[in-house]
Design a protein around this ligand. Structure first.
Ligand SMILES: Nc1ncnc2c1ncn2[C@@H]1O[C@H](COP(=O)(O)OP(=O)(O)OP(=O)(O)O)[C@@H](O)[C@H]1O
Ligand SMILES: [Mg+2]
Length: 493
């Protein structure tokens, strides 16, 4: 199947999200869709898969124009997109969910569904048990289920938007092998939207790069990381350097002594840790392995059940989140809009709420301060913009602007989740500046490269157990990948 986009335009108010996009996708090719945050990648993919109507322009399939009225129609035309947050019903089993579908309104006959689920899973080594409740699937398994479903529905062009976030190294390998085989043997076209250039380099035959709504170019692979970065940002990024810090003589920032944490899914027993001022500790693990529990216990959001927590030399065990904040802790939640930022509030209102005396707000001063922060943190937005109108990268910038400049401890869940390479580096510049002023940084990340690049030490969690990598500079992505999968014994050999 050959798919051809002609003069695609899409606007959201003043934003020209897709500006005259012309692209052709051929059978059997894996195409990387690249571009900075807000470039228009997801918009284009949603138009192609029928989740969003186009303003003007045409989609041609095998030299005939087609018109879409929704995802169902797109699937009938052979185009399907893997949903990032599938709209599945938690009480359903894998098979039931498979039959009733991923929010696209297409149902499968039960017999066909059961057979296809078994056959396609076997072919690609997916670990899908039809009778398993959907709530027990990992992100990687849900993704496998969605792929099998779209293949069963006869999809010939498969779109994946950031598919490798939150899945294990093994699952990523299984996914990539499946995509390669689907392209080479079945002639499928695969579109991969990703900020992980290593993944693009490993998988794609060609790339298309968007910038500010326009197509800036296409090229065949292979290409180096540097070449892709230049296409995306119009220039090379300066290398990021870290000032070496004397951690041996630095005072303690955070001390955990034999801490127990009881979460709803995992328990952490007997965790002891001494984190120095200026030390960066990365927390690795698949979703729900215990790293989020630990991080939240260190900021007073998760109760500890035994042991002591100290900030500097002060015992803060059992104190509230507010007390932790007052003592110099800053927390950044992974769900920016669920926890860190408030939908419906403007940037000025966020700035005003983050200042200490939120009951007596001087709005003129808040507006001025907000303008200064927007400038300082290079936020693409205005003081009166609602937070949800900003792209992900800009929301993350606002969160940084709201953080205290010199905290004792910065605890961050996935600080660069969904950010493009340039925005992610910018965030780390801000974090490392705070580190240079003595802040200890504790962060979780699904991105192994990020863990290795910025951590002094890494703690790997698996089902509540943990393993310490004392010198992050001497570990490898492969080693962390194995540990994340629970293979702690490899280390002791
Ligand atoms: N539903 C919407 N309403 C208003 N503006 C939108 C909407 N969807 C996207 N936009 C805007 O359109 C532009 C393109 O957004 P899009 O989500 O396509 O970018 P992207 O390339 O996928 O970025 P990212 O890498 O951050 O996912 C952005 O400026 C974004 O703020
Ligand atoms: Mg996107």
């Amino acid at each position: 199947m050959q798919v051809n986009l002609r003069h695609i335009h899409k606007r959201f108010g003043a934003v020209h999200a897709n500006n005259d996009i012309n692209l052709t996708f051929h059978a059997g090719r894996i195409v990387g869709i690249l571009g900075e945050n807000g470039a228009g990648k997801s918009t284009l993919m949603k138009i192609l898969s029928g989740f969003q109507p186009v303003d003007s322009g045409e989609i041609w399939i095998d030299n005939r124009p087609v018109a879409y009225t929704g995802p169902q129609a797109a699937i009938r035309n052979g185009i399907g997109m893997l949903q990032q947050d599938p709209l599945d019903v938690p009480a359903f089993t894998v098979l039931e969910n498979f039959i009733y579908g991923g929010g696209d309104g297409v149902f499968l006959p039960r017999k066909t569904a059961a057979r296809q689920l078994r056959e396609i899973s076997q072919r690609f080594g997916f670990e899908l048990d039809p009778d398993m409740p959907i709530s027990q699937l990992s992100i990687g398994q849900r993704q496998q289920m969605e792929i099998v479903r779209l293949l069963t529905l006869g999809v010939k062009l498969l779109i994946l938007d950031e598919p490798t976030t939150g899945i294990s190294a093994e699952q990523k390998q299984v996914l990539f092998d499946a995509l390669r085989e689907l392209a080479s043997k079945d002639g499928l076209t695969v579109l991969l939207v990703s900020h992980k250039l290593e993944d693009v380099i490993a998988l794609c035959h060609e790339v298309a790069v968007l910038r500010a709504g326009r197509l800036v170019g296409t090229r065949n692979m292979p290409a180096t990381n540097a070449q892709l970065v230049t296409m995306m940002f119009g220039q090379q990024l300066a290398p990021q350097t870290r000032k070496p810090l004397d951690l041996v003589h630095a005072p303690d920032a955070l001390v955990l002594e034999n801490v127990n944490i009881r979460g709803s899914r995992v328990h952490i027993e007997n965790l002891s840790l001494r984190q120095k001022a200026g030390e960066v500790i990365g927390l690795a693990g698949l979703d729900g392995s215990g790293q989020e529990l630990m991080l939240r216990a260190c900021v007073g959001l998760q109760k500890t059940a035994g042991g002591r927590v100290r900030l500097k030399s002060e015992d803060v065990t059992g104190q509230s989140y507010r007390a932790f904040l007052a003592k110099g802790v800053a927390f950044g939640a992974a769900g920016r809009l669920e926890e860190g930022l408030v939908e419906g509030l403007t940037l000025t209102e966020h700035v005003a709420l983050a200042t200490e005396n939120a009951t007596l707000i001087d709005w003129t001063a808040a507006h001025k301060h907000c303008e200064a922060q927007i400038k300082l943190y290079d936020v693409r937005g205005r003081p009166e913009s609602m937070i949800e109108q900003l792209s992900g990268g800009n929301q993350q910038r606002v969160l940084m602007a709201l953080m205290p400049p010199s905290p004792i401890l910065l605890a961050l869940e996935q600080p660069t989740r969904g950010l493009d390479v340039d925005s992610a580096r910018w965030i780390w510049e801000q974090l490392l500046e705070r580190r240079d002023r003595g802040a200890a940084i504790l962060f979780s990340s699904p991105d192994l490269d990020e863990l290795v690049a910025y951590s002094d030490r890494i703690l790997v969690f698996y089902a509540g157990q943990f393993f310490e990598i004392p010198d992050a500079g001497r570990t490898t992505i492969d080693e962390i990948g194995r540990l994340i999968g629970g293979h702690f014994e490899v280390q002791h050999a």
